[in-house]
Design a binder for this molecule. Structure first.
Ligand SMILES: *Cc1c(COP(=O)(O)O)cnc(C)c1O
Length: 443
């Protein structure tokens, strides 16, 4: 070690800020971010973890790596299609393109021909009506919970929401439907028992205080055994006769039936059965952006759209654009993953396994996102040592495997086939790192 302080050789801040790499980075990053990165690299050198001469290159490399968002893309190898912790639905290319278009000035609330203001998101509403013909009209809000809040507030604030005790669900992360409805100023009128609710229960509860009857899809669990529930069609005869609005919270957002998910409700079927209004999420099985959909009778949609709360939960232009493109566009990644051909999944898994020296085992994927509980999606997984999981999660690209019973499993259902080569490289790198680690080689 030199007797002069090597820290004096660390390049000065102004010199580093003048690097071409810093100038280039300013196209993406604010000055304060560039400065912070420069200071962090200098700090590493001061702490002796970086040679002073290496500082300019390290600054350039760190700036180049730093993206404007800290969110990291993840290859979802869990087999869970709508993965809440990974942002639910990955968008279709058409929706991504629409996001780009909508990112500038757009005519989201403007009639360009007339030069006057128009209603917001008309094209998205029309696209939803076209995709779900029994819907008289449609409205888009921020998420499924907001759709439910808007519906119950506009139809039942100060009055009663009649709902079966078997449908008072918690959706996840402490979001409980009864608490949500109570927060709207509507009173819950619970009917029936946890496992059984009959038409007479509803009939006895409906009266002058009823704001609406709510039917909730218990999307994340199943009650089996001695159970009974009243279907929408039966309920609709009752509410129709009483002039009471029937609202169905479907959760998943299928606009029409999907043969792969026979028990999953869809908007068209629910409306045909007699629901006056359905609510659903945009980013579950519909495969679009986070959004809440309201579909149904146009007079009710108009009432909801006029309610002051509608302004507080309205969707932004990016959501409207991506949702429209999802509905009018082709196959979404969610639909593709749900319908993935098991034989093809097996071939891809086998290829990966052969390349890295692993094995393949049968593995069921899941719908996820609180949808279709217990519906297995038959497929395959590459079987790897459990110790590989943290290396895969923190590698580049980041890969999220499923860790189950001491094994690290890679189910390719939700990995685009175009990413197979990158995934294989990530697995090979992680295996090499693991082997090096086990050999006692720290580096
Ligand atoms: C997911 C879900 C919701 C909430 O939708 P978000 O889009 O998450 O706000 C409401 N109801 C049901 C039945 C659901 O499955």
């Amino acid at each position: 070690m030199n007797h002069t302080d090597p820290r004096r050789a660390i390049p000065r801040t102004d010199a580093l800020l003048a690097l071409p790499a810093a100038t280039a980075a300013r196209a993406r990053l604010g000055e304060h971010v560039v400065r912070t990165i420069v200071h962090e690299v200098q700090q590493r050198a001061r702490a002796g973890r970086l040679a002073p001469a290496a500082v300019p290159d390290a600054v350039a490399a760190t700036l180049a790596e730093r993206s404007a968002t800290a969110l990291r893309p993840v290859l979802n190898a869990t087999g869970v299609v709508v993965h809440t912790n990974l942002g639910r639905a990955p968008l279709a290319p058409a929706a991504v393109e629409a996001l780009r278009t909508a990112s500038g000035y757009v005519d989201v609330e403007m009639d360009l021909a007339g030069g006057v203001r128009s209603a917001r998101g008309l094209a998205t509403r029309a696209a939803l009506r076209d995709a779900c013909p029994p819907a008289g009209d449609a409205l888009v809000v921020n998420n499924g919970a907001a759709a439910l809040v808007l519906a119950t507030t506009a139809l039942a604030a100060g009055r009663e929401v009649v709902v079966s005790r078997g449908e008072l669900i918690e959706i996840g992360a402490g979001f409980r439907l009864p608490e949500l409805i109570a927060a709207t100023g509507a009173r819950l009128r619970e009917v029936g028992a946890t496992n059984r609710t009959h038409l007479e229960d509803y009939a006895a509860a409906i009266g002058p205080a009823t704001g609406c009857v709510l039917k909730v899809h218990t999307s994340n669990f199943r009650i089996e055994g001695f159970t009974s529930a009243v279907g929408l069609a039966e309920l609709a005869r009752l509410t129709g006769a009483g002039g009471v609005a029937l609202v169905a919270d479907l959760g998943s957002g299928l606009l029409g039936p999907d043969p792969v998910l026979p028990d999953e409700p869809d908007a068209a079927t629910a409306l045909r059965a007699g629901a006056d209004l359905v609510t659903a999420s945009g980013d579950k099985l519909l495969g679009g952006p986070q959004a809440g959909l309201l579909l149904g009778r146009s007079d009710l949609i108009a009432t909801l759209a006029r309610h002051p709360l509608a302004r507080a939960v309205r969707a932004d232009k990016l959501t409207l654009a991506a949702l429209e493109a999802t509905v009018t566009g082709g196959l979404t990644p969610v639909t593709a993953a749900l319908h993935a051909d098991p034989a093809r999944l097996r071939r891809r898994a086998q290829h990966l396994a052969d390349t890295v020296g692993a094995t393949v085992d049968a593995h069921d994927g899941r719908v996820g996102g609180g949808g279709a509980p217990g519906v297995p999606l038959a497929g395959w997984a590459v079987v790897l040592p459990e110790a590989l999981a943290p290396l895969l999660r923190t590698g580049t690209p980041a890969v999220l495997p499923r860790v189950h019973r001491g094994r690290c499993l890679l189910d390719l259902r939700c990995v685009p086939e175009s990413e197979d080569a990158r995934l294989t490289a990530a697995v090979a790198a992680a295996l090499a790192a693991l082997a090096a680690d086990r050999d006692g080689d720290p580096g």
